[in-house]
Design a protein around this ligand. Structure first.
Ligand SMILES: C[S@@+](CC[C@H](N)C(=O)[O-])C[C@H]1O[C@@H](n2cnc3c(N)ncnc32)[C@H](O)[C@@H]1O
Length: 202
């Protein structure tokens, strides 16, 4: 492990609850950095209605479920099909099995509702339920992120949180976010945690 990464982990470890969080983070497969895991765990506090787009094997979903209000519920949307051009990680049907095993191992199965669909296909069944915390980490193309922001972001009420992964790594994510969120005065100025861009509705 590189020096900088060790320092970053040490900073998280020294915060309250840091060591158990690091153990949890290390036990789960996924691409979140330790600061990103901590952010999701923290921002979920007191949130009841959490919607995740892009679950993979459950790392971010676990952070959200374990960090949320005791009566909080995470709806996690992922089609779990083989997707071409998804970057260095291959996605496949095995991910769904691992996702469920992870939720069961962590004791949060009853707090997670998994919708095995593309986000665009899940939109109609969600209806107009307000979303306290919307986490977007699915299709990272410009078109995909734009569609998710268009379809779901208006359901986040005042003081609700919108967060999106891979802002720093994917040009399409940046462009979609900048066009739809950064330039929209309904949202507070964007903040960043590593590659997560996030904001609160005014
Ligand atoms: C980077 S992974 C998500 C990682 C996960 N959030 C975590 O932290 O462990 C991206 C996931 O998005 C899913 N995905 C791709 N396109 C999607 C879409 N249109 N709707 C929902 N999920 C999608 C893929 O199947 C893949 O599992």
């Amino acid at each position: 492990m590189g020096f900088r990464r060790r320092i970053r982990r040490m900073r998280v470890a020294l915060a309250p609850g840091g060591r158990p969080l690091i153990r949890l983070h290390d036990s789960l497969e996924g691409q979140l950095s330790i600061e990103e895991s901590r952010f999701l765990h923290t921002v979920a506090r007191d949130r009841r209605v959490i919607l995740e787009i892009g679950s993979f094997r459950g790392k971010s979903c676990a952070m959200l479920a374990l960090g949320s209000a005791p009566d909080g519920r995470v709806t996690a949307i992922d089609p779990h099909i083989s997707i071409e051009g998804a970057g260095k990680t291959a996605y496949n049907a095995d991910d769904e099995r691992v996702f469920h095993e992870t939720m069961a191992r962590l004791g949060v199965t009853d707090r997670v509702c998994h919708i095995v669909k593309m986000s665009v296909d899940a939109r109609a069944e969600w209806g107009d339920v307000p979303i306290d915390l919307l986490w977007i980490d699915g299709d990272h193309s410009y078109e995909g992120v734009s569609q998710d922001l268009n379809d779901w972001a208006h359901l986040v009420p005042p003081r609700g949180v919108l967060a999106c992964h891979d802002f720093a790594h994917r040009e399409g994510v940046r462009r979609a976010w900048n066009e739809r969120i950064m330039n929209d005065t309904n949202w507070e100025p964007t903040q960043f945690v590593r590659s997560i861009a996030w904001t609160t509705r005014r």
